[in-house]
Design a binder for this molecule. Structure first.
Ligand SMILES: Cc1cc2nc3c(=O)[nH]c(=O)nc-3n(C[C@H](O)[C@H](O)[C@H](O)COP(=O)(O)O)c2cc1C
Length: 161
């Protein structure tokens, strides 16, 4: 089974988890990059990103390579922004809805401490599915690494093998 990990990461935590999982599953990585980058410092970081997430925006993305014929599964990986998933995923889902409807779907969310469950529900709603094959929730795995988090990442990958 060939897996694509489709992720957006501002500060590197989701990127870190995505790369670990890709290594364990021999999955392909597809990074979503908004054409207009979100501010990544100070108060503007939370205001702009938070507003964009709450408003359900679909920011235009830099070109990415995603050939749905190649994959049976997509793992979405996202930070929690204002208790939902990051807007670049919304754009990707819109652009690939038909192909995604035929695939197994899993999710990884990284967060600081609140709103991960809600973000997973919102992502499920956006995908119009009732459940993910598997999901993984991690508190800032790059900025606050622990052996327990690494074990959770390994367990998640094992469950998808
Ligand atoms: C705009 C914005 C909104 C955020 N909202 C939340 C939130 O609602 N709950 C939470 O626990 N963390 C929140 N965070 C923190 C991130 O979800 C968390 O640090 C995550 O691990 C960052 O992933 P990244 O380093 O890949 O960008 C927010 C961060 C940003 C930039």
């Amino acid at each position: 089974m060939k897996t694509a990990i489709v992720y957006y990461s501002m500060g590197g935590n989701v990127k870190f988890a995505s790369h670990e999982i890709a290594r364990l599953l021999e999955a392909d990585l597809i990074e979503l990059v908004p054409q207009k980058e979100y501010p990544d410092r100070g108060v503007r970081k939370f205001l702009w990103g938070g507003k964009s997430a709450v408003m359900g925006e679909r920011p235009a993305l830099e070109p990415y390579e995603f050939d749905p014929e190649k994959y049976d599964r997509v793992i979405f990986a996202t930070p929690v922004w204002a208790s939902t998933f990051a807007p670049p995923l919304r754009t990707f889902i819109d652009e690939n809805r038909e192909a995604l409807a035929k695939m197994k779907l899993a999710a990884v969310v990284c967060f600081a401490g609140s709103g991960a469950d809600r973000a997973l529900v919102k992502l499920k709603d956006e995908l119009d599915i009732s459940a993910f094959e598997e999901s993984l929730v991690l508190v800032d795995p790059k900025d606050k690494p622990t052996t327990e988090k690494m074990r959770q990442i390994e367990d998640f990958a094992d469950s998808l093998k």
